[in-house]
Design a protein around this ligand. Structure first.
Ligand code: ADP
Ligand code: MG
Length: 678
């Protein structure tokens, strides 16, 4: 008897060889198969009359084989199996390639069900490479209704996989349904075994929908349980109380050359309120590029320093650290704060760290050896580049002295997604740009317009502006993009803009040299700055009004939007010119995708498009946080996620150790193992 734990080899029709193939997909036991979910369905729910078939549609037909034969096409060196299928209405030609064995299986006179794409060839309607099934078998699983599609590997077909799943499906009865009954009932979710049946062999779209809801809910729920556990753990620790310095804060804000936007004010208020609590803050500040997160961070740091405690601002790159250091130094010039820059190029002495009020630095900052005097607040900029691990390390501090934690990101995350991924964080959102910003004008430059574009750049620079040029990583061997950026720099400096002064910056430069280049760019001694993509995050130069991006198709839209956000920060009309690699310029998909940047000026819309076009793996680094690709859609289901969070919160509040829920506890343990949280 087969059980869930049975190895795949114990199944009928699985030998040594097939077991190896299945193992490539991570399928080792009957349970693995049962939980291997389809990522897509073909809708063959209607059987069509052959006479009604239309070019281009996916369809399901049934009929009798009136002719079947193999041919060999010598020109194309393939076997072709041709068949004629007739129903009461008409006859259609079917073609299969390189499957000569088909004629052993399918004979004239057999009744078959076929599903596939209908196309027109020489004025004749045909079906090429359809899925087929002889109708004599007891129930149709491959060609009728909604056909699930699974991710495959070589030497394995949908059909084979589906048959195996059909074999193990009865085991779903014995699968442990650990979702507490009361939650299941309350939310109207179906039970596990019904869900597994419906997801593999749905009768209609409604089946798929309710099955997905149920199966995806469990993952969202476990994630929220984990988040709520972390949250509870953090809140049980002690942080330093930072008293809100109302008068000083008001003075600081009044002295700014601009007025805070409403959502900057709201975010700052949320943060400052958190700081007044002895429970450590865990907050995410999300705002599009240029929305003004730095100033909000500065208001928090101001209050910490006024309370005579230490605040640290951590960033992913040296250059950004340098920039923030300068910004804060300027902002706090009337205060007697000791601001310290601590990066690998600017090694800070322990005594400096001890005496600093505000420390700006890179990851180097949180190396174990660094000893702070009285660290009360940690702010991390560009959070998505900052691992959960580093954050964990911060929390390895004594329980009575956990710093408040604020993480800032410009990655546009739909609220639902933020809730799903960062369920342990509270969220503040800056959802507007400072008043009076001119939208950046973006353009897609194909090779025949490159010269004209360069002339435009020339005009802009002659009128005093500056330009960024971002280059993609091209070769695998050139991990930091040093080669490609250097090459582009030389080309531009020698052939295109010999009259201007150009600079080059990349990760391999020594700290001193990087700083020199940045300072020269800030002071307009460098007019065109060529850089790799790695270096770009977060730099702010108000006089720069041009962003040129080479090999634009290599980046996600959200990333391109981030690059574009580097300009348009001052009073000048700014421009973003996207240059696709020349052999990509004729790819309509590429062009369509890049054109989205011309149309949309906000990161969120672009992120959504990216998600559709490129999948979620790349975006948000979701892959790393263990989300199965097929489940991505559920990340946009705010209601479902919110329910998962509410239920998880109420369980954790009443029973933090899950003592009353042993099955749930076990499932959570298994899940944690499976997603390898950093
Ligand atoms: P980001 O959110 O991308 O980190 P920054 O904090 O770097 O954005 O701010 C971008 C620019 O906008 C900075 O030059 C900053 O001084 C300016 N800025 C911030 N807030 C406002 C505001 N309310 N009005 C006008 N300019 C602002
Ligand atoms: Mg920033």
């Amino acid at each position: 008897m087969i059980k869930l734990e049975s190895t795949i080899k114990e199944l009928a029709r699985v030998g040594e060889n097939r077991a190896k193939i299945l193992a490539r997909l991570g399928l080792k036991t009957a349970r693995d198969l049962l939980f291997y979910l389809p990522f897509r369905y073909d809708d063959f729910s209607q059987t069509k009359n052959i006479a009604d078939l239309i070019d281009g549609e996916n369809a399901n037909i049934r009929g009798e084989i009136t002719l079947i034969q193999n041919k060999r096409s010598f020109k194309r060196r393939v076997y072709i199996t041709e068949a004629l299928i007739s129903d009461d209405t008409d006859t259609i030609k079917i073609i299969w390639f390189n499957q000569p064995f088909l004629t052993k299986n399918l004979k004239m006179g057999d009744l078959v069900s076929l599903s596939g794409r209908v196309s027109e060839q020489n004025g004749q309607i045909i079906m090429a490479s359809p899925q087929y099934e002889k109708i004599s078998t007891s129930s149709l699983i491959h060609t009728s209704g909604l056909i699930p599609n699974y991710h495959l590997t070589s030497d394995l077909s949908q059909k084979q996989l589906r048959s195996l799943i059909k074999q193990v499906l009865p085991l779903s009865q014995t699968a442990n349904d650990w979702l507490p009954e009361q939650i299941r009932k309350k939310l109207g979710l179906i039970n596990l075994s019904a869900a597994l049946k419906k997801i593999h062999f749905p009768l209609n779209w409604d089946d798929i929908q309710v099955a997905r809801q149920r199966l995806f809910f469990t993952d969202l729920f476990l994630r929220q349980l984990k988040s709520q556990t972390i949250k509870r753990e953090i809140k049980s620790r002690r942080a330093e109380i930072i008293n809100f310095q109302k008068e000083e804060t008001k003075k600081f804000v009044d002295a700014l050359p601009f007025k805070l936007s409403a959502s900057q004010k709201k975010s700052a208020w949320e943060i400052l309120q958190d700081l007044e609590s002895s429970a450590p803050m865990s907050r995410l500040l999300e705002g599009d590029v240029g929305s003004g997160k730095t100033i909000v961070a500065a208001m928090a740091l101001l209050n910490v320093a006024l309370n005579k405690k230490q605040g640290a601002l951590m960033v992913p790159s040296e250059i950004l650290a340098e920039q923030h250091y300068q910004t804060l130094t300027k902002l706090f010039k009337d205060y007697n704060f000791k601001i310290l820059l601590a990066t690998s190029g600017h090694k800070a002495k322990p005594s400096d760290i001890e005496s600093a009020d505000i420390i700006v630095g890179t990851h180097a900052l949180i190396q174990d050896k660094v000893k702070f005097r009285d660290l009360a607040l940690v702010i991390v900029d560009e959070q998505h580049r900052f691992g959960v691990k580093q954050r964990g390390r911060l929390l390895n501090l004594p329980a009575d002295k956990t710093p408040h934690f604020l993480s800032m990101t410009a990655t546009p995350i739909p609220r639902s997604l933020a809730l799903a991924i960062y369920g342990d964080l509270d969220i503040s959102i800056i959802n507007e740009l400072p008043a009076g910003r001119k939208p950046i004008i973006s353009d897609l430059v194909l090779s025949k317009r490159r010269e004209a574009a360069y002339n435009f750049v020339r005009e802009q620079i002659n009128s005093g502006r500056q330009a960024f040029v971002v280059c993609p990583l091209v070769e695998e061997s050139d991990k930091l993009g040093v080669k490609s950026a250097t090459k582009e720099y030389e080309r531009l400096a020698q052939e295109v803009f010999p009259e201007f002064s150009l600079g080059l910056i990349h990760g391999k430069l020594k700290t001193k040299d990087k700083e020199k280049v940045m300072t020269d760019f800030l002071n307009n001694k460098i007019q065109i700055l060529v850089s790799t993509s790695v270096i770009e995050v977060g730099i702010d130069v108000a006089n720069a009004s041009l962003m040129l991006i080479e090999g634009a198709e290599r980046f996600g839209l959200a990333t391109l939007h981030q690059f574009r956000g580097r300009v348009g920060r001052g009073d000048y009309q700014s421009y973003c010119l996207l240059f696709p690699t020349s052999d990509e310029a004729s790819n309509p998909k590429t062009i369509t995708r890049l054109k989205a940047l011309l149309k949309y000026n906000d990161g969120l819309s672009l992120a959504k498009i990216d998600l559709k076009l490129r999948g979620a793996g790349e975006l948000y680094g979701i892959g790393q946080s263990g989300f199965p690709e097929i489940q991505i859609a559920s990340l946009f289901d705010y209601d479902l996620i919110k329910k998962a969070q509410d239920e998880a919160a109420s369980i954790i509040a009443g029973d933090p150790e899950l003592k009353k829920y042993p099955q749930l506890k076990e499932a959570l343990g298994e899940w944690e193992k499976s997603v390898h949280l950093e």
